[in-house]
Write a protein that binds this ligand. Structure first.
Ligand SMILES: Cc1cc2nc3c(=O)[nH]c(=O)nc-3n(C[C@H](O)[C@H](O)[C@H](O)COP(=O)(O)O)c2cc1C
Length: 375
């Protein structure tokens, strides 16, 4: 009845509230003998950390991760490695300010989950939002750092490709640029535009949505299980589980509906290495729920932040009509910090499917397949 766990063989259980003493997760199923220290995880948490620019919430959380279990010094290498037992990760909350939330204690923020938590449980943690809050997603980012170490040669990178109605110019896509601007945007010119645009949104007491694209390279062919364990199905569920995500696309996504069969189907040729080469990637690296060996491409839409300064009409938990204006510290565009979260969720799903494939099939068959013998 309590759904705080995801994954099958690479299994992540998260715990903790936004304004409690700490948040954390237990990663179960990680194979043994993988080198792992806090330094492998911290850079990913630093990417998601709040308070790093004027474009994100000013809550100051160092998000310093501690590994509590599941690692041991390997005598042969002298390195700290995973043992195959549950890895518990802890991140302390240090900058809670629950009084910011006292004004909205009884009122429901339009667009937020205040009403649904109340109507489901009969109470809600209004001080910081409890597990409604995206603070919990820091723990998934930590789990994602471990997931990245499981699949040899895997690279998972995310980028913000649209803010409000303003898309990037894909011809200017530069992955190096993602590290250089506050928006994780691969288009340097668009990033400059976003700075002014988002300043305007913030100053107007408003907020705006975004679209994030995550690309996983080095995904071996064969991951994903028909029919109810499809790789794209699991990616969609994982990305949709991120706070404020309202849509997920794989490859050409909704755009595929506008294409003809000739334009959509990724034609195949043989590469110099004798392996199949696809001439396009509308499938987003997944066919029949199984990875093709092409980059896995997923996009997700993040809605605008619900907590805004602009007064909005609402009701309170005692059945009275009222107005609400949310002060406190909130991101004007939560899509920005959703980039490392999306990357982490994709890494966790791929690691899980990699272990499932190893468990069921073992070594994938070598391709091309041997000729069928005549009967
Ligand atoms: C990184 C991140 C930070 C967020 N911060 C806020 C915030 O400061 N204020 C807010 O109203 N919503 C914020 N959200 C979104 C809410 O957590 C989310 O809208 C809410 O839990 C309701 O869930 P739903 O939008 O998925 O239906 C954030 C989301 C993400 C991904």
């Amino acid at each position: 009845m309590s759904f705080n766990t995801f994954g099958h063989l690479f299994r992540v259980t998260t715990f903790g509230e936004s304004h409690g003493p700490a948040i954390g997760c237990v990663v179960d199923g990680c194979p043994p003998r993988i080198p792992l220290t806090e330094a492998d995880i911290q850079p990913y948490l630093d990417k998601r950390r709040p308070g790093q620019s004027r474009f994100t919430t000013q809550r100051q959380e160092p998000d310093a991760v501690k590994i509590l279990s599941g690692v041991f010094i390997d005598e042969a290498s002298g390195q700290r490695v995973t043992t195959g037992t549950p890895i518990a990760l802890l991140i302390e909350n240090v900058d809670q300010r629950s009084k910011d939330y006292s004004d909205i204690k009884d009122k429901y923020r339009p667009g937020h989950a205040d009403y649904t938590y109340d109507v489901k449980y009969g109470l809600r943690d209004y001080g910081g939002g409890g597990r409604q809050s995206a603070r919990e997603t820091a723990t998934r980012v930590a789990a994602g750092a471990i997931a990245r170490k499981i699949v040899p040669g895997l690279t998972v990178r995310g980028a913000l490709v649209q803010m409000g109605p303003h898309r990037i110019d894909r011809a200017r896509w530069d992955w190096a640029e993602v590290e250089r601007n506050a928006f994780f945007c691969p288009d340097a010119e668009r990033a400059k535009f976003y700075a002014d645009y988002l300043d305007g949104v913030r100053k107007a007491g408003s907020s705006i949505g975004a679209v994030i694209e995550v690309v996983a390279e080095g995904v071996p062919a064969g991951l994903g299980a028909p029919i109810y364990g499809k790789l794209d199905g699991d990616l969609a569920a994982a990305l949709m589980s991120i706070n404020a995500v309202k849509g997920v696309e794989i490859g050409a996504g909704f755009g595929a509906a506008e294409l003809s069969g000739e334009d959509n189907g990724d034609e195949m040729r043989l590469g110099n290495d004798g392996k199949p080469r696809f001439l396009s990637n509308n499938a987003g690296g997944i066919l029949g729920g199984i990875s093709s060996g092409q980059p896995v491409v997923a996009r997700f839409a993040v809605k605008p932040t619900s907590s805004i300064l602009t007064p909005r009409r609402t009701v309170d938990r005692y059945g009275r009509e009222t107005e609400i204006s949310t002060k406190g510290r909130h991101d004007p565009c939560v899509g920005i910090r959703a980039v490392p979260i999306g990357e982490a969720m994709v890494a966790c799903v791929i690691a899980d499917h990699y272990l499932r494939q190893r468990g069921q099939v073992g070594d994938t068959p070598s391709w091309p397949l041997p000729k069928r013998t005549e009967r």
